[in-house]
Design a protein around this ligand. Structure first.
Ligand code: FE2
Length: 187
């Protein structure tokens, strides 16, 4: 049985994983390879998965427990929407396009601001206001949701293609991954 981490610990681990992927992406900056495109797609999948987890499990708890939580949650959600617009621009670009790397940098800046705000302001307020058992329950839910959407093939299961290869073609990557995670559009 895995140790029960609270939702804040789980999301901070997510943030570190995002930052690692950003560093990898930054090392490729300016390259026009297929690898850069694949990594950018993995970053987008991870960010959408993280946003959906926060929207489903974090912000409702913020609204319920934190004083002024509605305003805080609304602000975070509007930042997610801004970042998602950037991701939708990015998903249509190839590393050879002039806008590819500037758009990638814009996205990383938006996400880094968002992460800083959450870790410095939102998380401490929630930890103060929300009962620890509830934070642990939410942590379990986020971890469960995470297993349903692996960003990269698991090293011990090399035959499992990453999520972007499993999704139906058609709509853009951001919409497809969001639909797959939330069940949107399912009857
Ligand atoms: Fe976050």
């Amino acid at each position: 049985m895995e140790a029960q981490q609270d939702v804040i610990a789980v999301l901070i681990t997510d943030h570190h994983e995002v930052e690692e992927m950003f560093s990898e992406l930054e090392q490729m900056s300016g390259q026009t390879s297929e690898q850069a495109k694949t990594l950018a797609e993995q970053v987008v999948i991870e960010l959408v998965r993280h946003s959906v987890a926060e929207e489903e499990y974090l912000y409702p708890a913020v609204r319920e427990h934190v004083r002024g939580g509605d305003k805080l949650a609304d602000q975070e959600i509007s930042e997610h929407a801004d970042a998602e617009q950037t991701m939708k621009r990015l998903e249509r670009l190839e590393p050879g396009d002039a806008d590819f790397w500037p758009t990638t940098e814009l996205l990383m800046g938006q996400i880094r601001d968002h992460i800083r705000e959450e870790e410095n302001d939102l998380f401490p307020q929630l930890r103060e206001a929300c009962p620890p058992e509830q934070l642990r329950e939410l942590g379990t839910k986020v971890q469960r949701a995470k297993k349903l959407a692996p960003t990269r093939p698991h090293p011990s299961a090399p035959d499992t293609p990453p999520a972007n290869k499993l999704l139906a073609p058609g709509a853009g990557l951001v919409d497809r991954i969001r639909d797959a995670l939330t069940g949107r559009g399912r009857s």
